[in-house]
Ligand binder design. Structure first.
Ligand code: ATP
Length: 615
């Protein structure tokens, strides 16, 4: 068994000792999160103890009233009133302690879960792109939201029940034994049956729970996928097909849920039956004992009340069985996320080389890379880009252009060779430094739900409004923004819907100006634009590229024809290199691409012309 220190270390390092099962390891890690709240938990136990004592003393008071007053015909009204007042006082105290105990537990549970959620979010953020390639975002959403919520239920329901109900059980047995040891033994006959039922149901219930969680996760993943691909679905009239696929997933979840509920109801009801049978049995055995004057009537009354109270906590505990199962499943899923190590990691701080006064010299030195180890996407690629140079990258679909950029941004690590900025291997630079140096504009720039102002400065409070406005003026976005009702405070919805593709692109250019990266990458940034907007973006691009090393990937030759140098990629290699004129003269792949691009451009212009004449 690993020591506590070892568990703490393993959790921090996200490692699991070999001899610890995933469930044990995940509960151990939960205990680490709970540790700072140990005083709160101790206070909960004290409140629970006092509450239970107040609850359980009540039947005993009634027994005293029956046996010491009513049954012997003692007309002591003041004693009876005392008992009633005491009974009322106990009820109020029980409520008071239960209130305090619930509040304390909720506070501790919510704090623990908030911390786990924060760490989980942070951990997911640290993951490399390869992790997101493999993990559907919908399932991550489920883990961060509903799995952590299950943990909250564990603290506020399961733990409470385990503490309060098991203590209640012990107290009841002690009180029953004190009243009559023989009847207590009779009442305990059902215990082995309870254990048998619990063990029998355990595995089956966990399976049904796991199934319903995985169905839920699949459904959420499918919904998230559809929401992000809504344009495509509508454009291809896929609503019916997607609806039918959703219905399958929904039905799967519905069935799994029903199965889980059926099992749980059956499980809980079997305890109810056992409880009622025990009461009937004790009424019979105890009744005979009262007739035989072996016990007093008040004792039988208290006994029957205690048996009812005895089954209540058992019922409570078994009702929590489900949550306990779900906590196990949720915790191991959260644990799995925590134990995922980012493939791209910074070196130790002492080994990192700070990137200062960046010139923007980039070198791809015999770079080799594949998403799967045995399929190369970039093969032995050599490329040197001088500071301030603008490189255009063209090539057929799947040639590896975007992959090259992903490697420069270190979304993935090269498998062979090296990429250097100003002569420093990017693996020796912190990712923060690297990403500060590189500004990336993609085909679909990501815009957050929020104001335009916040979107340009990316929620960085250090960037002033003046800087944002200046940047927008520079790239030609100011006019369109000031035309909007709330100007820079106009709110845009998620992904920037409400703005045209060109407008979104201009905003992302303004970001580049604001964040001043030394290297600028444009990945198909003009692909979605009509030729008129492309002109606007082209002008903005020339302004943004000024004084920066720029890499521009484009399908349209018009976007890169003025670049200092153009490289043509095919099957992960550079196959042609030179200026626009040089490459045309060579009459190779570039010339063919230019030919196609011109053709499609001409027909696009024609189409635009037709549209405007129709308009
Ligand atoms: N995340 C990924 N996981 C696995 N394979 C990938 C991934 N991204 C790209 N690929 C594969 O790598 C190859 C190169 O893709 P890449 O996107 O770099 O090409 P590209 O030249 O940018 O193409 P396009 O012009 O169509 O955008 C393709 O065969 C593609 O299927």
């Amino acid at each position: 068994m690993p020591s506590k220190k070892e568990v703490v270390t393993m959790f921090k390092r996200n490692k699991r000792p070999q001899d610890l099962s995933p469930t044990k390891a995940s509960f151990r890690s939960l205990a680490i999160y709970a540790k700072p709240h140990k005083l709160t938990f101790a206070a909960v136990v004290v409140c629970a103890l006092l509450g239970i004592a107040a609850d359980l003393f009540q039947p005993y008071l009634v027994k005293i009233a029956i046996d010491d007053n009513l049954m012997i015909g003692k007309n002591d009204f003041s004693a009876l009133i005392m008992i009633c007042l005491l009974y009322g006082g106990l009820s109020i105290s029980s409520m008071f302690f239960s209130y305090i105990q619930n509040n304390l537990l909720q506070f501790a549970g919510q704090s623990i879960v908030a911390k786990i959620r924060k760490d989980l979010f942070q951990h997911i953020f640290k993951q490399s792109m390869s992790y997101y390639d493999k993990t559907p975002s919908g399932s991550l959403i489920t883990h961060v939201s509903s799995d952590t919520e299950t943990l909250n239920q564990f603290f506020t329901q399961v733990l409470l029940s385990l503490v309060r109900d098991s203590m209640t059980l012990i107290f009841i047995i002690v009180l029953m034994y004190h009243l009559d040891p023989m009847l207590t033994l009779y009442s305990m006959i059902v215990i082995p049956i309870i254990v048998l039922i619990a063990v029998g149901f355990r595995t089956y219930m966990r399976k049904t729970y796991q199934l319903s969680r995985s169905k839920l996760s699949q459904m959420v993943a499918f919904t998230a996928e559809n929401l992000s691909g809504m344009h495509l679905i509508q454009a291809f009239h896929q609503e019916k097909e997607q609806m039918s696929r959703f219905t399958d997933k929904n039905t799967g979840y519905f069935r799994a849920n029903l199965r889980e509920i059926r099992t749980s109801v059956l499980f809980n009801r079997s305890f109810d039956i056992l409880g009622n049978l025990s009461i009937a049995f004790i009424t019979w055995v105890g009744g005979i004992a009262v007739f035989d004057k072996a016990i007093e009537f008040g004792v039988l009354y208290a006994f029957i009340t205690y048996i009812r109270q005895f089954f209540q906590p058992i019922n409570n505990i078994t009702q929590q069985w489900n949550t306990l199962q779900s906590t196990q499943v949720s915790m191991s899923r959260i644990w799995n996320i925590f134990s995922a190590q980012p493939e791209v990691q910074d070196k130790e701080v002492s080994e990192l080389i700070p990137l200062v006064n960046v010139q923007g010299d980039i070198q791809f030195d015999h770079v080799h890379f594949g998403y799967q180890k045995d399929t190369a996407v970039i093969e032995d690629l050599d490329l040197h880009i001088a500071p301030g140079e603008m490189i255009g990258v063209v090539g057929t679909t799947g040639a590896g252009k975007s992959s090259l950029i992903s490697l420069l941004c270190r979304f993935y690590d090269v498998q062979g060779g090296a990429i250097r900025i100003d002569g420093i291997d990017i693996r020796d630079i912190s990712q923060t430094d690297l990403h500060r140096t590189i500004g990336l504009v993609q085909q679909e720039p990501y815009l957050y739900a929020g104001s335009i102002f916040e979107n340009v400065r990316m929620f960085d409070p250090a960037i002033s409004r003046e800087t944002v406005i200046e940047a927008c003026k520079l790239v030609g976005a100011d006019a369109l923004i000031t035309r909007m009702k709330d100007g820079y405070d106009s709110r845009i919805s998620e992904r920037g819907s409400g703005l045209s593709a060109g407008e979104r692109q201009l905003i992302s250019f303004a970001r580049i100006i604001v964040f001043k990266p030394k290297v600028l990458i444009l990945d198909e940034a003009t692909a979605n634009l009509d030729s008129q907007t492309e002109q606007l973006i082209q002008t903005a691009l020339n302004i943004v590229a000024e004084g920066r090393t720029s890499i521009v990937i484009a399908h349209r030759i018009s976007t890169i024809m003025h670049a200092d140098r153009i490289i043509v990629m095919s099957h992960g290699k550079i196959v042609e290199e030179g200026t626009h004129a040089e490459l045309l003269a060579r009459q190779g792949i570039y010339e063919q691409l230019a030919h196609h691009s011109q053709g499609s451009h001409a027909s696009e212009n024609e189409a635009n012309g037709r549209m405007s004449s129709i308009g």
